[in-house]
Design a protein. Structure first.
Length: 261
């Protein structure tokens, strides 16, 4: 594996409701074995999935409303308030739904909106799911997703267009690594201040990256382009928090070197 140059966090995001708006953060506290706080804490069930809030277990993303299939989600703007558990959804600048996601009444308000406005996408009654500390991630393990902006620049060259990094819905966006350097880091440990994150998997990209996060237009073919140009459709890495700490935009990220004893 080539030497890993130092990089820095240029963007930090969480996604309180799967498929809805990313929320930018300046800093966040990471806990061992956990996602970013409130990341993918909720999901909107698209027809019965068998999810049990009392015994939450991973289900494939096809059970939920999500951008890979339901690109109109990108035309909404949502905001989640941690103190009140209140989710506000706007469309075209107007508030179309607002409810406390930890109350039956609040969830019903959100569900009613999607039942009315997303009828073509629905396979059954939409249901706002909450599983306490469960994360409705694309993978079963609780992880932090990381995107190398050097790789996004390489994709821009491939597709001949600007690529909004938010298409990749990562938690951390890093600047400083050469393109595709991250794919060689599986099994390595990254250091960000006191926090340590072990890279566990490369991220296989799906059709969600084809959707413009501002307009909802399905206007690029990123996974197909990666396969054609590189022979794989991987971009980004998942990492597990193995030592907690506070991280923030501008923080350096380096390869954690084992200490000699």
């Amino acid at each position: 594996m080539p030497d890993t140059p130092p990089a820095a966090i240029s963007g930090l995001y969480r996604y309180p409701v799967k498929g809805l708006t990313p929320e930018a953060l300046e800093k966040v506290s990471l806990a061992v074995g956990q996602t970013l706080p409130a990341d993918r804490r909720y999901a909107i069930e698209n027809g019965p999935s068998g999810f049990d809030p009392a015994a939450p277990a991973w289900r494939p993303k096809t059970q939920y409303l999500m951008l890979m299939r339901d690109e109109r989600l990108a035309t909404l703007r949502s905001q989640f308030d941690d103190a009140t558990n209140l989710l506000t959804i706007r469309k075209g600048g107007d508030v179309v739904a607002r409810g406390d996601l930890e109350t039956a009444q609040g969830r019903e308000i959100i569900e009613s909106y999607f039942a009315q406005d997303f009828q073509p996408e629905l396979k059954g009654p939409p249901k706002l799911l909450s599983g306490g500390g469960h994360s409705f991630s694309d993978v079963a393990k609780k992880v932090v997703s990381i995107i190398n902006l050097g790789s996004i620049a390489a994709i821009e060259t491939m597709v001949g267009a600007k690529v909004n990094p938010l298409r990749f819905r990562a938690n951390l966006y890093l600047r400083g690594w050469p393109a595709w350097h991250e794919l060689g880091l599986v099994g390595q440990t990254l250091a960000i201040g006191e926090a340590r994150l072990k890279v566990v998997k490369c991220i296989t990209r799906c059709a969600a990256t084809n959707v413009d996060p501002e307009t909802g237009a399905r206007d690029l073919e990123i996974p197909a382009t990666l396969m054609r140009e590189l022979g794989h459709n991987e971009c980004g890495i998942y990492a597990e928090v193995i030592s907690g700490g506070t991280i923030g935009v501008g923080d350096r990220i380096e390869l954690d070197e084992p200490r000699l004893v």
